[in-house]
Design a protein around this ligand. Structure first.
Ligand SMILES: Cc1cc2nc3c(=O)[nH]c(=O)nc-3n(C[C@H](O)[C@H](O)[C@H](O)COP(=O)(O)O)c2cc1C
Length: 373
């Protein structure tokens, strides 16, 4: 156990102070209502985890057209904004900070998971290989996407702009563009899914254009660049991503992102259970290039996180799966308390089980004492 750790040191993101460097990484949990509204249980779930320096929410669609999976929340209706407001209030009441992750899934979608009839959109009409879960028919091949016409792209970017304004209206401290893990922005970045011949395809400059224009729109929607973060996962082959040159693509993107002055760059390094092209250490690759704070996520525990912070390779560390079963992860790290194991069978299932019912350590000890006595 590394006793000396920077994990509990505060850090500033723009003008905003975070109470520690422990980030709850974004996790889709598929518990929203049929109208894609976050549930009251989500208020409890996020409030339970508010001792994190920063919470980044589950991927949230900017529009009905951006939905790929069942029961994911949106940020495009008044009802959704109101429901998110309860969550941001609950997190703020505990001195927590919370960013909304905006996720447009592009071709990673199935029509049964969507409320709009139109097929999903993508840079090119290339179906992803593999299957996607649906509630009514189980795993199904991905839908064949429609290629976005050049003159349709501004309206997709406008959806991100509006979603960002909505997020700020719902009380979020900022928003994160999900440009990782094979969703729409990464589909533009990656040469296998982007075979366009217009100004959004071909050269790395063109493939990065969608992400850069979207970030500019989000900064405009947020009113401040330090309220917008970017998440990338260079070299990740999840969701059928195979870029011919993920190093070159992400080096270029990061250089172009620098002048924007974003809140942070969130780099997902590949956890061991996700297949990758295996050639990259994305955190060490992008650290010297990016001018602002770096969040590194993927397979960390307390020791490896402390090590990365003390080496200076990152400024904050994201934890995903550990936060599922350990709502009080920060306190457990502080006291070197035992860690609970999450149940993967309930990661994505509707309903309360495996969601807001993992106890905090103190509660467990109290329950144990009550049972014993
Ligand atoms: C249940 C689950 C849902 C996830 N959903 C998202 C998501 O919505 N957006 C995203 O960017 N990453 C998502 N991820 C990836 C995590 O943010 C994280 O990068 C990954 O789990 C590795 O971190 P870990 O080793 O700490 O779990 C998800 C991971 C899990 C386990």
């Amino acid at each position: 156990m590394n006793a000396e750790t920077k994990l509990f040191q505060p850090i500033k993101i723009g003008a905003m102070e975070l109470k520690n460097r422990i980030v709850m990484a974004p996790m889709t949990r598929n518990r929203a209502s049929v109208t894609d509204v976050p549930s009251d249980l989500a208020v409890t779930y996020y409030a339970q985890r508010a001792s994190a320096g920063l919470i980044i929410t589950e991927g949230t669609q900017p529009s009905p057209a951006g939905q790929g999976y069942p029961r994911t929340p949106g940020i495009h209706s008044a009802e959704q904004i109101e429901a998110w407001r309860k969550i941001t209030d609950a997190v703020h009441a505990k001195r927590g900070r919370i960013f909304l992750q905006i996720m447009h899934t592009g071709r990673i979608a199935h029509r049964l998971n969507r409320t709009v009839y139109r097929p999903p959109v993508a840079p090119s009409a290339i179906q992803a290989s593999g299957t996607i879960y649906t509630d009514s028919l189980g795993p199904q091949p991905y839908s064949l996407p429609q290629a976005l016409a050049t003159d349709e792209i501004p309206s997709v970017i406008e959806e991100y702009h509006r979603a960002t304004s909505n997020a700020l209206a719902a009380g979020f401290d900022g928003v994160e563009l999900h440009a990782a893990n094979g969703y729409l922005p990464m589909q533009f970045l990656s040469s296998n899914s982007n075979q366009r011949s217009d100004r959004y395809g071909g050269s790395v400059q063109n493939r990065a254009r969608f992400v850069l224009e979207t970030l500019e729109a989000m900064i405009d929607g947020a009113g401040l660049a330090s309220r917008v973060g970017l998440r990338v996962s260079p070299g990740n082959t999840f969701n059928d991503m195979h870029d011919a040159n993920p190093v070159g693509t992400h080096l270029y993107l990061t250089e172009e992102v620098n002048p924007l002055g974003l809140a942070y760059l969130h780099i997902q390094q590949q956890p061991k259970d996700v297949h990758t092209d295996g050639l990259l250490d994305p955190v060490r690759m992008l650290r010297p290039i990016f001018d602002g704070p770096i969040i590194a996520t993927g397979g960390f525990d307390r020791d490896s996180a402390s090590q990365l912070l003390s080496n200076g390779d990152a400024d904050l560390i994201g934890f995903a799966r550990l936060f599922i079963a350990n709502p009080d992860l920060v306190e457990r790290f502080q006291t070197a308390g035992p860690l609970a194991e999450p149940d993967a069978a309930t990661f994505y299932t509707p309903g309360p089980k495996g969601y807001a019912d993992y106890p905090a350590l103190g509660a467990e000890a109290l329950a144990g004492a009550a049972a014993a006595g």
